[in-house]
Design a protein around this ligand. Structure first.
Ligand SMILES: Nc1ncnc2c1ncn2[C@@H]1O[C@H](COP(=O)(O)OS(=O)(=O)O)[C@@H](OP(=O)(O)O)[C@H]1O
Length: 406
């Protein structure tokens, strides 16, 4: 047989050519698919495929409760946010995609809030992914930019335990210029040896003009905390949420009781000797409420005008009013107003119409606003007498009568 002529050579030379075209086609297809996936991710949908569930789970459980799904303020009113809120949201999205350093468990505030990814919380009857896409900010390519940096806090909520510190922080977090770490870092009491770099790494990223915050209520009664915070920055602004020390003590006891139902009664723990009426000031539930004594330690390191005392009672009766004072103190524009709150009858507390990074109403969880046990009236009376001189001293020091003494 004659060997194939030039015409017969075509099939063999065409084979590598089509293979190379095929390879190019495959390559283009792959890059197309990759780009599609990247855009898909930027539209937040990839979070439905993997990654933890973010947000404030406390409120999540209540969001679907009857009567809670409707935003009293109306969607238009609630949807209006300044441009900076948009930048904040971009940051939140970026951060959510990064691995966070482990945050110490928050046992004082035991409802350690499980963070939800912004916009991922499923609305009642709706899918999380659906609502997230609706909320995805435009210009998502900006997410690729590594915006912002981690800063040490410029303001700290240092106390008091059971004063209302969680409510204050969560309310403040809706301000576009506030970025706060969710759980309590306990750096200045338990983890100081880990160093400032460790502490800073716990913080969320902030853009210029934003304030970094954290709350750890035990700082207020930690002897070393004032000097340590001052060593970090003597300009740190300090916020203390105070509450009637008797109610605070009962709240503290109620929390312990919820974990250890076998503890002795409040009445028996209150006294060193009940017949003499001698109060046991070594019991932390009692000791924390001697605010004037603790404040003395802080005033050795900070001027009083660098401290703001928030009334725990008013934070419940007039959250917008107290938030107004806090925003002024922090040098923030008064953005959080009464429009942001509604009173939830079932919860018995003010709640947010829309929590940070979410579009749904939000109340604090079950560990906030527990029912207190009935305490013997005489014991309560004795405690009121015990605290009175300390309270008066505290009013004097702060220039503010908190009204706990009639
Ligand atoms: N809006 C709102 N919702 C729910 N609870 C509220 C609110 N505002 C203030 N409080 C009061 O906060 C008390 C808990 O205080 P803290 O958050 O400082 O507690 S903790 O120290 O972090 O464990 C908690 O105390 P208890 O009522 O004793 O549980 C509440 O009374």
């Amino acid at each position: 047989m004659a060997p194939p002529g030039p015409a017969g050579a075509h099939p063999t030379s065409a084979e590598p050519l089509s293979r190379s075209i095929f390879r190019k086609f495959l390559l283009m297809l792959c890059s197309l698919l990759t780009s599609l996936y990247v855009f898909y991710c930027l539209a937040e949908r990839c979070q439905t495929l993997s990654g933890p569930v973010v947000g404030l789970s406390d409120g999540g459980e209540e969001a679907g409760a009857p009567g809670r799904g409707v935003l009293a303020g109306g969607p238009r009113e609630l949807a209006v946010w300044p441009a900076v809120a948009h930048r904040k949201r971009l940051l939140q999205l970026q951060q959510w995609r990064r691995r966070r350093p482990p945050v110490p468990r928050d046992d004082g505030d035991e409802a350690a809030w499980v963070e939800e990814p912004p916009g991922l919380a499923a609305s009642p009857g709706g899918s999380g992914a659906g609502s997230s896409v609706a909320e995805a900010p435009p210009g998502t390519l900006a997410l690729l930019l590594d915006e912002g940096s981690k800063q040490l806090p410029q303001a700290i909520i240092i106390g008091v335990k059971k004063g209302g510190t969680r409510a204050l922080l969560e309310f403040l977090r809706i301000h576009p210029d506030v970025r706060a770490v969710g759980a309590e870092p306990h750096f200045f009491d338990r983890s100081y040896h880990k160093g400032l770099a460790w502490y800073r790494d716990l913080m969320p990223r902030t853009l210029e003009g934003q304030i970094t915050m954290e709350k750890t209520p035990s700082y207020f009664v930690t002897r070393e905390a004032p000097a340590r915070i001052s060593a970090m920055s003597k300009d740190t602004k300090l916020i203390v949420v105070v509450r009637d020390p008797v109610t605070r003590a009962i709240s503290d006891y109620t929390q312990t009781l919820s974990k250890r139902p076998d503890i002795p009664t409040f009445e028996s723990l209150t006294f060193k000797n009940r017949s003499t009426g001698l109060i046991d000031t070594s019991w932390s539930a009692i000791q924390i409420g001697i605010y004037a004594k603790h404040l003395e330690h802080w005033l050795r390191h900070f001027p009083i005008d660098q401290m703001l005392f928030v009334s725990g009672e008013r934070l419940i009766s007039d959250p917008a009013g107290e938030l107004g004072r806090v925003q002024d103190f922090l040098g923030l524009k008064r953005i959080i107003t009464d429009k942001h709150f509604y009173f939830n009858k079932t919860k018995g507390f003010p709640c947010l119409k829309k929590a940070e990074g979410s579009s749904k109403p939000h109340c604090l969880g079950k560990t906030k606003g527990r029912t207190h046990p009935e305490i013997d009236r005489e014991v309560v009376q004795r405690l009121r007498e015990f605290y009175r001189p300390f309270n008066l001293k505290f009013y004097q020091m702060t220039g503010h009568d908190f009204g706990w003494d009639g």
